[in-house]
Design a protein around this ligand. Structure first.
Ligand code: CA
Length: 230
């Protein structure tokens, strides 16, 4: 045991064996003074809770798409869209390659119709049961540009309970890294089948031809923190 300097308090550290099942145990402490003529033994029980180990899973396109992740492009008239299945043109494999890594190489899309915003949609199927998910971190890196308009972009997450997008983060620089951390009401954002949806949308819609709204995704990553129940 170690003395906390300047106090008469001693501390000690104990580590449960790695095979200890998650549960709450009694930890018995028997403290003995080491000067025999002043021995005074005290035995107390401390409640010790062994928690399951957290795992963090990363969802991105580093190994390509399909099975549990997909990306779509390229324009939509509402910001944010009122439904979660637009835009619906899936990336081709050459486009997926551009969003595999945070390397400055981007999949850039521009609007081609008046009153449309450039937009990308990302769908993930999370393998972790939603009841054990304690946090979701989202990172989107890219570019939002509109000549004579507000530059930058915003990212949103789909809320399955309220059936609407919620803004996670936004910025007005041409090049952006937008990040968000979801820790509350996580079950609202993961569908029963594990679906989790993020969009990145440019800030200004196209007005005239030749002045398109542009969105570029360099990289997107979703980290899921999972703590199994016991
Ligand atoms: Ca890239």
């Amino acid at each position: 045991m170690q003395n906390i300097p300047g106090t008469d308090i001693y501390t000690t550290t104990t580590t449960a064996a790695s095979t200890t099942p998650p549960a709450t145990y009694d930890l018995w402490i028997n403290a003995t003074d080491n000067t025999p003529n002043k021995n005074s033994n005290t035995t107390v029980s401390i409640s010790l809770t062994i928690l399951p180990q957290e795992t963090i899973s990363t969802y991105n396109f580093s190994t390509g798409a399909g099975e549990d992740k997909w990306a779509f492009r390229k324009q939509h008239k509402k910001k944010p869209p009122a439904v979660n299945n637009v835009p619906n043109i899936e990336f081709t494999s050459s486009r997926y390659k551009k969003i595999m890594a945070d390397d400055g190489v981007m999949q850039i899309d521009r609007s081609t119709i008046r009153k449309r915003y450039a937009i990308h949609r990302f769908n993930f199927t999370m393998q972790e049961p939603e009841s054990g998910v304690t946090g979701i971190d989202v990172l989107w890196d890219g570019k939002g540009y509109k000549r004579f308009g507000r530059k930058g972009a915003a990212i949103y997450v789909w809320n399955f309970t309220d059936s609407c997008y919620e803004k996670l983060s936004s910025g007005t620089s041409t090049y952006l890294t937008l990040e968000a951390n979801i820790t509350d009401n996580i079950e609202d954002y993961i569908a029963d089948d594990g679906t989790f949806i993020i969009i990145a949308q440019q800030n200004t819609r196209q007005w005239w031809l030749g002045r398109p709204s542009r969105i570029g995704t360099d990289y997107i990553m979703v980290n899921v923190t999972y703590e199994p129940h016991f």
